[in-house]
Design a protein around this ligand. Structure first.
Ligand code: SF4
Ligand code: SF4
Length: 124
């Protein structure tokens, strides 16, 4: 079922995720922000205490935390992207930034960039 949002000039078809290689989880390097509440939720899903979770999986950028990425050739993948399953290993606790993709405020004014990044985006 296609998802639309009244403030956005495009809709999103989640069926595209089945044949997409997780382009929102890997590709160019970027920040995957997590707040304190999200950090706690992800650590719980992984059955880890918060401090070791932060040390193992997060990177500090300014005063915020972002999920680490793994680099291979020219590709950067979120550490929680499982290439074999083509999915997110912390899916139920994925951060807000991931939950709201591709409806990010920046894309509201740049729908063509959303479409270039995500094959599920259907511009009007
Ligand atoms: S880039 Fe779009 S189509 Fe591909 S996995 Fe992410 S949300 Fe789904
Ligand atoms: S946390 Fe999950 S949904 Fe978000 S970028 Fe990483 S693998 Fe993708």
């Amino acid at each position: 079922m296609t998802v639309s949002h009244p403030d956005y000039p495009y809709s999103f078809n989640p069926d595209a995720c089945k044949t997409c290689s997780g382009r929102c989880c890997n590709g160019e390097s970027g920040n995957i922000w997590v707040n304190r509440k999200e950090i706690g939720a992800i650590a719980r899903v992984l059955s880890m205490d918060t401090d070791p979770f932060i040390q193992t999986y997060l990177r500090k950028s300014g005063y915020r935390f972002t999920i680490k990425e793994l680099k291979s050739k020219d590709n950067y993948a979120c550490v929680f992207f499982d290439e074999d399953r083509n999915g997110c290993v912390i899916y139920e606790a994925r951060p807000e930034q991931c939950r709201t993709f591709p409806f990010w405020p920046y894309f509201k004014e740049h729908p063509e960039e959303a479409a270039a990044e995500c094959p599920g985006v259907q511009c009007e």
